[in-house]
Write a protein that binds this ligand. Structure first.
Ligand SMILES: [Zn+2]
Length: 329
């Protein structure tokens, strides 16, 4: 979801978000009457396209001024996971644990509705990068619930998840000095309160996103990677895979924000809690393609992603940081 725009729900064009399964809001299509254009299969000429976009942007700005939600209205519009330790979900797959944090998000994003934008970018609050400390970064222990589906586990999808997690964690470990450890001994007790792991990997069946994760500063109960059933039913022949989805989600678990938070993407606004580590990277694993990204849905790490995370956590032994891309911390 994009909350930076502040349109009334009735005027929003709802588009299924391919990576999170969330409803996205597309400014271009919020204009009354534009549905006619959207349904017309005749392609625009470039001039017509530019004119349409300019008009749409102008009207969107007007609507934005008129339709700022109150916090209560905003809160009602946000997806809340309907289970214990459930979080609010904003920006597609960004979890917010408490009402206080949601209100902070509202103040920074919806109330002011200012378009700040968005490189490889890291969660940063009050000038401090939100990343794992040296003592923790090589022990990112996790469990994968092996309980039957009826008991909240992955059931016969367990091996698929274990293998996708192994591939996805390896992609980040290959470049940065971090280590994810799958603690199989905890898989039969893989709950949000299990203190023997840093995070739990469990299934959900919400159809609100494909998966969601957490940021490193969250409490143990909030540190979960939740994979929706829909992530196991991806269209055949497409580039989107469970491993790709998990590469993206694991980026969040080590502090990476959505690449499209930067201003250069010109769309998909998030909040101001970030710091650029590298230059803008439209191909980043953290950039949603529909937010003016140029990547496909394979969600692989670009050179910017690799250098960005290596600059934050120091490089893995087999990886060398390109000092033209970023400076190590
Ligand atoms: Zn994400």
């Amino acid at each position: 979801m994009s909350f930076g725009l502040g349109f009334s729900p009735a005027l929003r064009q709802r588009v299924h978000h391919p990576i999170t399964g969330m409803i996205l809001v597309v400014a271009v299509s919020t204009i009354p009457g534009s549905a006619v254009v959207a349904q017309d299969k005749t392609p625009f000429t470039p001039d017509q396209g530019r004119l349409f976009l300019n008009n749409a942007a102008e009207k969107a700005r007007e609507l934005q001024k008129q339709n700022t939600k109150t916090f209560e209205e905003f809160k009602k519009s946000v997806t809340k996971e309907p289970f214990q330790y459930g979080k609010y979900i904003v920006n597609g797959d960004t979890p917010i644990s408490t009402d206080k944090d949601l209100e902070e998000f509202y103040k920074q994003n919806v109330e002011t509705a200012g378009l700040v934008g968005a490189e490889f970018i890291v969660m940063n609050k009050a000038g401090i990068d939100i990343i794992w400390k040296d003592g923790d970064k090589n022990n990112l222990a996790y469990c994968v619930s092996n309980a039957p589906v009826a008991s909240g586990g992955f059931g016969n999808r367990y091996n698929t998840v274990v293998s996708a997690m192994a591939d996805a964690t390896r992609a980040w470990e290959a470049v940065a000095d971090i280590k994810y450890i799958h603690v199989t001994a905890e898989d039969s007790n893989c709950t949000p309160t299990n203190g023997n792991v840093k995070f739990d990997v469990r299934p959900v069946n919400l159809n609100a996103y494909l998966a969601r994760a957490f940021f490193p500063d969250e409490d143990r109960t909030a540190r979960n990677v939740l994979i929706d059933n829909s992530a196991f039913e991806l269209p055949a022949g497409g580039k989107l895979s469970l491993t790709g989805i998990l590469r993206h989600e694991l980026g969040h678990t080590i502090g990476a924000r959505h690449e499209h938070t930067r201003p250069q993407s010109g769309t998909c606004f998030e909040d101001k809690d970030w710091r650029g580590v590298t230059d803008y990277d439209a191909l980043s694993v953290m950039h949603y393609p529909q937010c003016n990204g140029k990547g496909d849905w394979s969600l692989t790490l670009t050179l910017q992603d690799k250098n960005g995370v290596a600059c934050l956590y120091k490089a893995a032994p087999e990886f060398t940081i390109d000092p033209n891309i970023c400076k190590p911390k």
